[in-house]
Design a protein around this ligand. Structure first.
Ligand SMILES: [Zn+2]
Length: 386
């Protein structure tokens, strides 16, 4: 009878099982049967296949509910791993994680993002080898990428701050040099994945992650789903015009939101002040140490950011806005002041009950999350090979 089941149904059921194990951390076959409504023999067959494929592992634990030992299932730990790559405008990070998403900080390898596309591929090719030797199996690489991506085709279309990747078939090229399956995810969506799986958005259906980096990106989850748009390009609110004749933006337009409140906007002014290049980490530190001129530069970005946030809240009606910004390391009441400035502009009914929260997740977790989601959603030939 089981042989007659369509392959698609089996895969959907496998995905439900994996999703449940992943969300619960650990559970028994009986838990899976109860929560999925799939019959016990079918759950048993699915679990056997997932154990054999090396995605799940079994361990003994005392189950509190019944007060006696039971066989529990969890995603495999150290025998299999995924890799994550966070491609940044200045710095790129490569690291390994277990299938539970826990990143091994000792595996972290960072390098300055090469100025050429070939350079990026070469750096990855040599950095990935020692990481692959850490575990028996490496099941894939998730990559967080800035700019406009066609995630389905694995292609970078246009990156206002990382032009060397423009038009490149990033996923296929990275897969070739890394020797494994590659999933690319736009960096703001990586933050949404991180917030949903490892941060404060686990139970939320409508939320935004606003990422202040070299640009300003927005990840949007509405009704429990990531909003991607017709060509996968949704979320580019950093290029919303807020000042018709404002400064020139990396996209070619003038007066985009990000020309007023990105890290880059802050650093351009900070560098004039100091007469030398300065990193955002140093700028935050100097402001924390009492440089009031730098503090004022950071403060100047808040009213602009509030304009953007009010438009997002009016337009999308989220229950929470997660802010990912080094500015939050300034301490004090930055988030509260931003919320007040936004409240003064947003429609009161739209703003009512919308929480402003510091993002807990990071792009590294999002890159790993993308690789794991891929495994869970498309378990197939990839996992069939040892
Ligand atoms: Zn722009």
């Amino acid at each position: 009878m089981s042989l007659a089941r369509p392959d698609l149904l089996r895969r959907l059921n496998e995905r439900r099982v994996l999703d449940l194990v992943r969300a619960a951390g650990a559970c028994s076959r009986a838990d899976l049967t109860r929560r999925t409504g799939i019959s016990a023999p079918t759950v048993s067959r699915l679990v056997s296949a997932l154990l054999e494929a090396g995605v799940l592992e079994e361990f003994d634990a005392v189950e509190a509910r019944i007060g006696r030992p039971s066989k529990q299932l969890r995603l495999v730990g150290d025998r299999a791993q995924v890799l994550g790559l966070t491609l940044g405008v200045h710095e790129t990070r490569l690291f390994a994680a277990g299938l539970d998403g826990a990143i091994d900080s000792k595996s972290l390898h960072t390098f300055s993002t090469p100025a050429t596309y070939e350079g990026i591929l070469n750096e990855l090719g040599s950095a990935v080898r020692p990481l692959k030797r850490r575990a028996r199996r490496t099941l894939g690489l998730g990559v967080s990428v800035p700019g406009l991506l066609d995630e389905d085709q694995g292609r970078s279309l246009f990156s206002p701050n990382l032009h060397q990747t423009d038009g490149q078939p990033l996923a296929a090229d990275l897969a070739r040099v890394a020797g494994m399956d590659v999933t690319i995810v736009q960096e703001s969506r990586a933050l949404c994945l991180a917030e949903r799986h490892y941060g404060g958005a686990r139970d939320l259906r409508d939320f935004l992650v606003v990422d202040i980096g070299d640009g300003v990106g927005v990840g949007i989850v509405l009704d429990g789903r990531m909003v991607v748009g017709r060509k996968g390009l949704a979320g580019e609110f950093g290029h919303m015009t807020v000042e018709p004749n404002g400064p020139r933006c990396g996209c070619g337009n003038r007066g985009c939101l990000e020309t007023r409140c990105s890290n880059r906007a802050v650093l351009e002014r900070a560098e004039q002040l100091y007469g030398r290049p300065i990193t955002i980490t140093e700028a935050v530190q100097q402001a924390r140490d009492g440089d009031s001129r730098l503090l004022a530069i950071f403060d100047d970005t808040l009213p602009w950011l509030a304009i953007g946030l009010a438009s997002l809240i009016n337009g999308l009606n989220p229950e929470a806005v997660f802010l990912h910004s080094p500015m939050l390391d300034l301490g004090g009441d930055v988030l509260e002041r931003l919320e007040e400035l936004t409240r003064a502009r947003a429609l009161p009914t739209s703003m009512d009950g919308c929480r402003f929260v510091r993002a807990q997740g990071c792009k590294d977790q999002g890159a790993v999350g993308a690789a794991i989601e891929r495994l869970v959603s498309a378990r197939g030939p990839l996992l069939g090979t040892a």
